[in-house]
Design a protein around this ligand. Sequence first.
Ligand SMILES: [Zn+2]
Length: 410
Amino acid sequence: MNIIKSDYILTIDDEFRIIKNGAVAYEKKIIEISSSFQELKQKYPQAEITECEKDSVLMPGFVNAHIHLEFSKNRTTLEYGDFLPWLYSVIEKREELIDGCSSECYEETIEEMLEFGITSFGAISSYGFDMNSCAKAKQKVVFFNEVIGSNPAAIDGFFTDFKARVNSSEELKSETFFPAVAIHSAYSVHPVLVRHVLKIARENRYRVSTHFMESKAEREWLDRSQGEFKQFFKDFLKIEKASSDPISFLGLFESLEPIFVHAVYANEEELAIIEKQKAHIVHCPVSNRLLGSRPLNLENIKSKEIPFLIATDGLSSNFSTNMFKEMRAALMQQSCLDLHLLSRDLLIAATKNSANALGLNCGSIEEGKDADFAVFKLPNSVENEKNLPLQLILHSNRADSVYILGEKIF
Ligand SMILES: [Zn+2]
């Protein structure tokens, strides 16, 4: 048994309780939360005690639900500003970036995420090169084996390769490593292939993720087989027409409670389906800005029963995997939303909502949840608790310490 005491405990429970001078008793899971450190010590006299430094915030570790580790090598290589030029640069530099990133490079990114207080993440893996590094990670990893392929003649080959990766990830399954599946997008995966893959997801109860309506080009291609993707598909695949329309694509995900990434250009009809499916939307403000998307209409998403998550996306469309930087970007981008309420919502998005979407038993400090914590030290005290979420987002970077399943990782 262990007890950790902190000046502030940000529980992220349903009441968004912030406990001042509180303490948490835990083993692998959280046993008890108390506003009296003394009482808790008396109740568990054998417990090992940790007292966090003054002005520390103890909170659930972050859950970064969407990252592409295989592109971790990118810093200044890719072209930003618009989606298609970026995509062309990814295709042109793919080998250089992928070959340049070995297990050491994945592990550096994973280790740095730990330092940022990220105790779980959802890795979107295109090739499976990052599989062993993810299985070895100290964090919990939901490993999304991604499928891509729009050429109907090559579906069997894509599916065989996908199944082999899923089987390899099944062999590595553990207390902290969970196989899952990702469909790249509606425009890049043939509907027959989507059906095959989602059948496997249903049979194995895998979590499912897909990029959806990330760019204006995707909107125009899926709606009318027009726009910037027209030339792209003609040049690369000799395809003249989109193989899927957005509504039938969404329909394929029924009963899977999927994770839709971006949804920046999703319309009302599509959002109604997403809501009905009890699906989740991942907001990646930095990635959207760098790839020339408009800002997500978060006010509209919040008016519906659609839980939103915040994630960094990969280093192919971000300069950092730091969740605080991502939340600060959202704070600045979503300027029509109340600053304090948005700060609260972003912290919920980065912890509880993301854990729920990934099917993990963490993301809040509540009895019975896994003891996954991050501790951040504020520069000074915050007198009014109302200001704590905002000040935490503005002034934090690296965690002082991180705990996963009750074990201190650093
Ligand atoms: Zn992505």
